[in-house]
Design a protein around this ligand. Structure first.
Ligand SMILES: Cc1cc2nc3c(=O)[nH]c(=O)nc-3n(C[C@H](O)[C@H](O)[C@H](O)COP(=O)(O)O)c2cc1C
Length: 171
């Protein structure tokens, strides 16, 4: 079975998970892969960071289910939030259309956040989010965690987080 990990990563968190997957499965890996890049593979594992609820690079499979018919597809999304089950359900419902949710096994993996490394646009978005959070009367634990992360970078990447995804691939 020929497997490829196709990923997009702005700050390296998804890259780290993609590399761990490729290392574990002994498969190929490609950043910013196109449809042509994945054509010769039986299995495509697609991953990207979450930006304002959308999965960076997921279009490679979500918009090409027809063209990728017959291949085994897996999707992983990397975000900085805790990924509690109720929130995750709402996230997947917004991020993926129903047919994709049904056909493609999908996994949330916790990445990290480093305000100091953000590009200009990302920084502006996060500044807006911070202003919104500071206006809230009641902050959730996640809100507090996010606000703290503006001051101190966080990195939750952990190989163990891949256990569930890797179970799809018997040794
Ligand atoms: C502008 C911006 C928006 C973000 N939106 C979300 C979000 O909606 N949910 C989430 O869990 N994380 C969000 N994050 C955090 C990123 O998903 C997190 O840093 C992730 O690890 C990035 O992965 P990458 O470096 O591989 O692209 C956001 C980060 C930025 C800079």
């Amino acid at each position: 079975m020929k497997v490829i990990v196709a990923y997009k990563s702005k700050y390296g968190y998804t890259k780290k998970y993609a590399e761990w997957i490729a290392e574990t499965l002994g498969c190929d890996i490609k950043e910013n892969a196109s449809l042509a890049d994945v054509a010769g593979y039986d299995t495509v594992i697609c991953g990207g960071g979450i930006y304002a609820g959308r999965i960076n690079g997921a279009k490679l499979i979500t918009k090409n289910l027809g063209r990728l018919a017959g291949k085994k597809l897996v999707l992983f999304a990397v975000g900085s939030s805790a990924g509690r089950s109720g929130e995750l359900e709402a996230f997947w419902e917004k991020a993926l259309e129903e047919n994709v949710r049904e056909q493609v096994p999908h996994f949330y993996l916790r990445g990290g956040f480093d305000y100091g490394r953000l590009g200009r646009i990302d920084r502006m978005m996060m500044d807006m989010l911070k202003k919104m959070l500071l206006k809230k009367d009641l902050l959730t634990d996640d809100d507090k965690g996010l606000l703290a992360a503006y001051e101190t970078p966080v990195d939750f990447t952990d190989r163990e987080n891949l256990n569930e995804l890797l179970q799809i691939f018997p040794k």
